[in-house]
Write a protein that binds this ligand. Sequence first.
Ligand SMILES: C[S@@+](CC[C@H](N)C(=O)[O-])C[C@H]1O[C@@H](n2cnc3c(N)ncnc32)[C@H](O)[C@@H]1O
Length: 175
Amino acid sequence: MNPAVDTLMKELGFPKENIPVCIETGTHRGWGTESFSKYFKRVYTIELSQELFEYCTETYKNLSNIRFLQGHSPELLPEIVKNLPKYFLFLDAHGSGGDTTFHDQVGRLGSPAIQEILACKENPPEYIVIDDLQDFDMIPSYPKRSQIWEAVSSIGSYEGSVINLYKGWFVFKKR
Ligand SMILES: C[S@@+](CC[C@H](N)C(=O)[O-])C[C@H]1O[C@@H](n2cnc3c(N)ncnc32)[C@H](O)[C@@H]1O
């Protein structure tokens, strides 16, 4: 379980009956995924590391509302979102040292957030939440807030806000 997810969900007023699905990018050890599974009917989570994917598939095999997927998140997202009802998108895929991994196109000190947002353009989410906003502000090779805004605005009309708890969340809600 990840207590930060409970804080985020409380701040945003989830669960919401009309938003039954969550997509998380960056599963790691499934701590956030397990927490999201309490707030949504179905959770999709994408992890690049084969080892972490296998660990989570085994560890959470009794949680039937989670679908674990392995791969580079921007490549998998278009197929996942294609036929989804309203959904919540939580972006947390980035290399963070330790047992985490990263995609060569992104680099260890980067985030695929822009590519992930654009990958959802055919069926944009109700919410887009960028985790670890402090990293985006502090690490020069991460996308800038203005670049994230630009990507979000290109897929739909959203209002943006920041929640300054834990490492900060950038939150976009569809108008
Ligand atoms: C910060 S951790 C995720 C933490 C997790 N969401 C939680 O709440 O505990 C980031 C994870 O993203 C994975 N990752 C890195 N690049 C990725 C990519 N392009 N696609 C999918 N997963 C990726 C890393 O291997 C790592 O496990």
